[in-house]
Design a protein around this ligand. Structure first.
Ligand code: PMP
Length: 388
């Protein structure tokens, strides 16, 4: 019998296409910004996580360029094995200072930071309680850890408490994991209540500030700052790739936690250190975040302006409740989301359709930037008004 062991892949692709779940990548051909060139045409960009408009900032570009000239392009190996640069520690100290934690550790991506942190602090005899809408990196970190996993309904603290009351005593350690800003909805986790719960049931609490760092909180330190929880016993995760305009991820927390991760986290120990260019760009971005609060203020002005316009002029759109620069409205099917996404693109607006399996219901995700102009925001609303 000769069969093709890979034939199922083509079949799967056909199934994905039939369900309108098929995805393809769009090619951009200039620097990131409030407008980008997509397939040779300038469009207004509501599709990036570059909330502060720093990914194309001259200062970040200059810092990255200088780092390449002085330190080369690659980090040449794992930091433990091949050594690291002063720049790596400077970045970690800058993150710890922004977050007001004892220390921080930089990973090569936010995804790897979540995998490494979760898999290091819990194992087979432990329990993870995970918000149903958590990012893939938290979910896969939980699986990698080997701990028992219970998903609690999105942001429902009462349901979480019921699970803890019933299950906590059956496990050695317990870790609650949550996004702080939910990336496909835009709402915030109930951090103070989660902290209370973790204290009551002797649990660790890991919060992913990927979409909050640089964006939320008086100094841009994230939801932890916004909720007045600075200094609380937390494992804070984040990325350098969104508001900080670079690449990489981090964990911030107690000196012991960070020291432990340097000795245990497989996604830090067994992977090459962040490149000098990415490290320098992220360091420059943190300086901008700390020195230019007006960028964050402008971002929130833009968010409020768009939200108000949408509520006044597009009341029929099912806007999900949001407290972040991520604004999503739901559509009945993946096909509808694709159609609206295409209509927007035809009209010069880049805002992606998000479909299952990424999210339970299809939607258009609009991501606001500090550098969007009033006219660009008004154009988005005008185009949406003409969408049936
Ligand atoms: N956590 C959340 C909530 C995210 O949205 C993302 C990126 N989409 C990550 C982690 C992963 O970060 P990175 O892109 O740096 O791997």
């Amino acid at each position: 019998m000769t069969t093709d062991p890979y034939a199922w892949i083509e079949q799967s692709l056909v199934t994905i296409q039939r369900a309108d779940w098929y995805r393809s990548v769009q090619t951009l051909s200039d620097r990131p910004g409030a407008t980008v060139v997509l397939a040779g045409r300038e469009v207004i960009n509501f599709a990036s996580n570059d909330y502060l408009g720093l990914a194309g900032d001259e200062r970040l570009i200059a810092a990255a360029t200088t780092a390449i000239h002085e330190l080369g392009t690659g980090s040449t190996g794992s930091r433990l094995l091949s050594g690291h640069r002063e720049l790596h520690r400077e970045l970690e100290i800058a993150i710890a200072s922004l977050k007001q934690t004892e220390d921080a550790i930089v990973f090569s991506s936010g995804y790897l930071a979540n995998l490494g942190a979760i898999a290091s602090v819990v194992g087979k005899r432990d329990l993870i309680l995970s918000d149903q809408y958590n990012h893939s990196s938290l979910k896969n970190g939980a699986v990698l850890s080997g701990a028992a996993i219970i998903e609690y309904p999105h942001c429902e603290v009462v349901a979480l408490k019921t699970q803890l009351s019933q299950q906590r005593q059956n496990y050695r350690r317990c870790l609650i994991i949550t996004d702080s800003v939910f990336s496909m909805d835009g709402d915030l986790c109930p951090l103070p209540a989660l902290l209370e719960m973790s204290a009551e049931f002797n649990c660790m609490l890991l919060v992913d500030e990927a979409h909050a760092t640089g964006v939320i909180g008086k100094t841009g330190a994230g939801c932890v700052e916004h909720f007045g929880c600075t200094g609380k016993p937390l494992i804070q995760i984040g990325t350098l790739s969104k508001a900080l305009g670079s690449l990489g991820g981090y964990v911030a927390g107690s000196a012991n936690l960070i020291d432990f991760l340097r000795n245990r986290a497989p996604t830090w120990i067994y992977t090459t250190g962040l490149s000098p260019a990415d490290t320098a760009a992220a360091l420059a971005a943190i300086q901008v975040v700390q020195q230019e609060p007006q960028r964050r203020i402008q971002l929130w002005r833009n968010v409020e302006y768009l939200k108000n316009l949408m509520q006044q002029q597009l009341p029929h759109l099912k806007l999900l409740p949001t407290e972040s620069p991520i604004l999503c409205f739901q559509l009945p099917s993946p096909g509808d989301a694709l159609r609206v996404g295409q209509h927007l693109k035809d009209a010069g607006i880049f805002a992606p359709a998000i479909r299952p399996p990424t999210v339970p219901t299809s939607r258009i995700r609009i991501s606001v930037m500090a550098t969007h102009t009033t006219e660009q925001i008004e154009k988005l609303v005008a185009v949406l008004r003409n969408t049936d």
